[in-house]
Design a protein around this ligand. Sequence first.
Ligand code: ZN
Length: 454
Amino acid sequence: MSAPFDRIILGDVVTGAGVLNDAYVAVRGETIAAIGQGEPPPAAGTDDHRGRFILPGLVDGHMHTSSAIGWDGIEGATRSAAAGGVTTCVDMPYDVPRSVTDAGILAEKIGWVERLAHVDMALYGTITKSGGVDAIAGLAAGGISAFKLSTYEYDPVRFPRIDHPTMQAAFAEIARTGLPVAVHNEDQELVERLTEEARAAGRTEPIMHCRTRPPLAETMADLEIFEIGLATGAHVHIAHSSLARGFAIARTFRGMGMQATGEACIQYLCMTEADIVRLGGRGKCNPPFRTAEEVERMWECLLAGEIAYVSTDHAPWPVERKTASDIFACGAGLIGLQSFAPLFYTLLAERGLPVSLMATYCAERSARLHGLFPKKGTIAVGADCDLAVLERGDFVFDETAIQDRPELRWSPYHGRRMRARVAATYLRGTLVWDGQTVLARPGSGRFMRRQASP
Ligand SMILES: [Zn+2]
């Protein structure tokens, strides 16, 4: 006897392997129970998305929901994620007032996730500037998906630079846990000197953000983290490479037998130095935008399979932190969760590339690296029924439609033509975005423990 399915979802099903046209996804409870083409089996309900793409819900492997306003930020950020087809958010640990530096703070943050999140969340952990290595095993046991460290100090408590000996000890301990360690990759000395010189010369216009964080600042940091990784056996992951060279360096270290990876944020696949000139503080992020030629090299890396996954680095600064005429006074980070799916689809369409790349780079690969696959990141029998439904057409991204608190409704992509919009989002079989309204509630989302090795 075969029990009826709870729901049948009709559309063109996209996986990393390709597109199943005129297909269905059958849901039972929270999971995908069947996938097929042709006449769908009987079910209690049918959602008709024929003519639309049904992708795995996106797994955004890099964001900062709580860096500006604390854990309260989880609520609005995950609401905009639901509206953007992102069903799993992997959140960075550099929160105000406290970073996630031990198992107790992790447990507290998990409580906030369970109360506030609209979509599922996995979490990074980090260490304190000194004396933090002892907390590593407890964070791993607490279920974090990865560690995050930095070569650059934004704040001595919240976002410290970890010195080389401490990084070596931390990597050795992290290697024992089997978890990856993502590292923010910018050289402190070089950036500080160039910034001092620019300020002294009165050069505080937007392009100076790029000039004071040149490619060398990034690649020197890449080399040191991979050297320490090679010496300790840790899986070291560049938290964001804006440069093709970062992926070439990772490949070189993989050739030496270590686990060396790196991710690209979507902005490094489309934004250029001309965009920070145009956008001012709204275009400030670290690392900065590079040249148009570099963007092309980044796509070559992606198509060669060298990019671990594509993320947003969503960092919701209130807009008043992004508007100073002195570029150095603006916060670094972009709002990007709700634009992620439409923009990545648009970039693929503009380049004549297949939509299956979105399933691969924005869901499957990020889920794998964070140990969430195959529960997350794929449309497969037994997986959580997390889906992003894309409607193709001619749209314009409107920042006022961002489903977050009013001061966070800004976007560097405001006014950009988009070839698709997110028409629906499903989280574990439940419709959480119908194309107009977020139907999820705070607490609809759950904490996702790391489940597997990459
Ligand atoms: Zn980040």
